[in-house]
Design a protein around this ligand. Structure first.
Ligand SMILES: Cc1ncc(COP(=O)(O)O)c(C=O)c1O
Length: 452
């Protein structure tokens, strides 16, 4: 009989002890942090699911490669290895290293956009939107309608609505649209993948109108694996072959190597256009560094060069997607409302459905995230009314899974804590804001529980 258990495809050589504080200590710490989990020290967190960005465990091969890091200011062989690795997967002519994804976004939009332009995307991630708007352009989200219904099942819920894209081009004219972007997977939309069919359809529209297609490639390997699992015709292709096909349809990409680069820092920007690349490198020198290091140490370039290929290993992706789905499926079968189907890097709890007695104005997402911390020392993040104010259409709590960091028993523990909180959900209270900054308030706002 074939073995059904999916195991972590690694063994552990170096361990990092974790200690959750006691419940009474957690209560005190949370109160001292103004009931904002961003302000709780990480030593007091038992399982940290705040983000999957920059939190991966590196492999022995990555650590070994780091020792080869050549820290020359110009012309480092570490850059040559980095470029070779990126080009082997992504295939673009120019590879420009940056210190993280948002630096690539800032440079891209500064070069490509002017005031009044429009940049359609399936859904802009918040730094992508902010950098696009900073360049004077409008960041337009065009997800398919199914993406807006948390409980709706769809194999490629990250797809772009191509009918609305065509309508946008017809209404505003191609001259106003310097580029279209596709975010793989769609982080803000629940970590949902985009199909190859949709990538092709978006590219066809772009080609017809002379518009460039860029990919936000942060989670390209997870997206490639979903295509293998779910899209007809791809079951026998390797994730690398699928990734190469994805990028063959694009004119360039931005990347945060803190996700599927398996690195703790880094990113890059790619293009096939020589003139655009020169303009981007000029800007890079101004704020990031010389084009052969772009704000990174030579050892970081080495770690990314290895990590990008490890992220495409099939055994790893099988475990990665299965362990995220394990968490989602085990809580949803007990009735816990989540964004369906489980995404690649995270599970999103639907806090409005979890706590229907707490109105959006009383921050159900904050209430749920804080309860998971108090109950079991788990840190998650609210993506809802605290983050987006009155523009929030959903109140979600994201449980992002760091790559290769937690084992099956850690995930089983998380399931147990969520189910415990679910059982006593009727007693959970909402919150109100005590103080808040002008921008990006979710990072530093102070709150207090509403009185009964
Ligand atoms: C889809 C997406 N794009 C861009 C970024 C920005 O990358 P970075 O945090 O490296 O600046 C992120 C980070 O979470 C992301 O998820």
């Amino acid at each position: 009989m074939p073995v059904r258990t999916i195991i972590e495809p690694f063994r552990i050589k170096s361990v990092e002890p974790i200690h959750g504080a006691l419940r009474t200590e957690r209560q005190k710490l949370l109160e001292g942090a103004g009931y904002n989990l961003f302000l709780v020290p990480s030593e007091a967190i038992l399982i940290d699911l705040l983000t999957d960005s920059g939190t991966a465990a590196m492999s022995t091969n990555q650590w070994a490669a780091m020792m080869r890091g050549d820290e020359s200011y110009a012309g480092s062989p570490s850059f040559a290895r980095f470029r070779e690795s990126v080009q082997g997967i992504f295939g673009f002519r120019h590879v420009i290293p940056t210190h993280q994804g948002r630096a690539a976004e800032r440079i891209l939009f500064s070069v490509m956009c002017k005031k009044g332009d429009i940049v359609p995307n399936n859904t802009h991630f918040d730094t992508t939107r902010a950098n696009c708007e900073f360049a004077g352009a409008e960041a337009l989200d065009l997800p398919i309608p199914e993406a807006k219904e948390p409980s709706r099942l769809h194999p490629f819920k990250g797809n772009m609505d191509t009918a609305r894209l065509a309508e946008t081009i017809a209404r505003h004219g191609a001259k106003k649209i310097p580029l279209v972007m596709l975010t793989l997977t769609n982080n803000s939309g629940g970590g949902q993948p985009v199909s190859m069919e949709n990538i092709r359809a978006v590219k066809d529209l772009c080609r017809k109108h002379g518009i460039l297609l860029y990919i936000d490639a942060c989670r390209f390997a997870e997206n490639a694996y979903f295509i293998k699992l779910r899209e007809p015709g791809y079951a026998n292709k390797s994730p690398l072959e699928i990734a190469r096909e994805i990028f063959s349809h694009a004119d360039g990409c931005t990347m945060s190597a803190k996700k599927d680069g398996m690195a703790n820092i880094g990113g890059f920007l790619c293009t096939n256009d020589d003139t655009v690349a020169q303009q981007e490198k000029d800007l890079l020198i101004l704020t990031e560094g010389f084009p052969t290091y772009g704000g990174l140490a030579g050892r970081d370039l080495e770690a990314i060069a290895v990590g990008l290929n490890e992220a495409l290993e099939e055994e790893y992706l099988k475990y990665r997607i299965a362990s995220t789905a394990f968490l989602g499926n085990h809580i949803s079968k007990e009735g816990v409302p989540i964004v369906q189907p489980p995404g690649g890097h995270a599970i999103y709890l639907d806090a409005r459905a979890f706590l229907p007695h707490i109105p959006a104005a009383k921050f159900p997402g904050v209430a749920l995230a804080n309860e998971l911390y108090l109950e079991g020392g788990i840190r998650s993040v609210e993506i809802g009314t605290l983050m987006f104010g009155e523009h929030a259409t959903m109140d979600l709590v994201r449980l992002a899974i760091p790559r290769r960091v937690y084992t099956q028993s850690h995930i089983e523990y998380v399931v147990e804590i969520i189910l415990e909180v679910w059982r006593r959900r009727a007693q959970i209270r909402g919150y109100e804001i005590v103080e808040q900054p002008k921008f990006l308030r979710h990072f530093t706002a102070k709150l207090k529980p509403v009185s009964l």
